[in-house]
Design a protein around this ligand. Structure first.
Ligand SMILES: N[C@@H](CCC(=O)N[C@@H](CS)C(=O)NCC(=O)O)C(=O)O
Length: 286
């Protein structure tokens, strides 16, 4: 989705030349975008934000992306948000290695929409089953900044996605990530992965022989789910085999490495959950 000038308060980016990406190392949507850039050999300038430190809620960044989310792509002064729109746009502008075959475009866009609908479910599982984020993952002060800064509009319209984001963080602070929320989100993923299994029945990759953006998007999600303790191999062996074949390619692997201290915190979290009987498998009844 390309923003219009009125959506953008940090006007200097409108004069930027070349390809710039605002992203966060560990963000799934950023990883997806970076893998596309890698596969297409596109040169880009990195603007790294640390979401844990709230860099995405600065006046500067909310002036660029009123949703306060990563990634944001700036291409010759055009500001684009929403990772799925960005990867489809990159494929149109850099067709050398096609990742959205024209003939499959409508179906891919439709399936990507379904993937994006599950994004808050992925966040729900992440915030309980990777490293612990504390009782209030985004403080009241941070959320107040988020509410007040930026134009609050996308495409000239009041942005409802921002309200949805605020609600997510306020609920997380109020009641935490509940067992019910874990069950609901996990069941949605289980059903979605069963659909991937059907797509892989006769195909090497989700849309056929070649890798498309849909494969990239789902490898990223599955990578996160497996890190949360989702038993992919046991529940969906065919999907697991396909996932591992792509996950280990250097263009993917380079974007998915986890720093040892972060992995240690995840392992400790899982150990605690095993002792308490609150692993993902136990809570979701898998
Ligand atoms: N639909 C959006 C979702 C973007 C999104 O939620 N990004 C996450 C990181 S994966 C984010 O920026 N979260 C903000 C935060 O954690 O404060 C997209 O695909 O770009």
């Amino acid at each position: 989705m390309r923003l219009i000038e009125n959506d953008i308060l940090t006007k200097d980016v409108l004069d930027w030349k070349g390809m710039h990406l605002f992203h966060f190392m560990a963000s799934s949507c950023s990883q997806k975008t970076r893998i596309c850039l890698n596969l297409k050999n596109i040169d880009w300038t990195s603007h790294h934000l640390d979401l844990g430190k709230g860099d995405n809620y600065s006046e500067y960044y909310l002036g660029i992306n009123p949703r306060g989310l990563v990634p944001t792509l700036i291409h010759d002064g055009e500001v684009h948000i929403e990772s799925n729109d960005i990867i489809v746009l990159l494929d149109e502008r850099f067709p050398e290695r096609k990742l959205v075959p024209q003939i499959q475009k409508d179906k891919i866009v439709d399936l990507l929409r379904h993937e994006d609908d599950l994004h808050l479910d992925l966040r729900t599982l992440t915030f309980r089953y990777t490293h612990p984020r504390g009782k209030e993952p985004r403080s009241k002060e941070t959320l107040q900044n988020y509410r007040n800064r930026g134009s609050g509009q996308v495409g000239g319209e009041i942005d409802e996605a921002k309200e949805r984001e605020l609600k997510f963080w306020e609920t997380a602070a109020d009641v935490g990530i509940t067992d019910d929320a874990i069950r609901i989100s996990t069941n949605k993923f289980r059903a979605a992965i069963d659909e991937l299994n059907d797509l892989l029945t006769d195909n090497k990759n989700l849309m056929g022989e070649e890798i498309t953006v849909l494969d990239i998007a789902w490898v990223i999600y599955l990578n996160r789910l497996v890190r949360c303790g989702y038993p992919l191999e046991r529940l969906h062996p065919r999907v697991n085999t396909w996932f591992n074949s792509l996950r280990m390619l250097p263009e993917f692997n380079n974007e998915l490495v986890v720093p040892p201290e972060v992995q240690k915190a995840v392992d400790q979290n899982h150990e605690r959950q095993r002792l308490d009987g609150t692993t993902l498998v136990e809570v979701a009844g898998l």
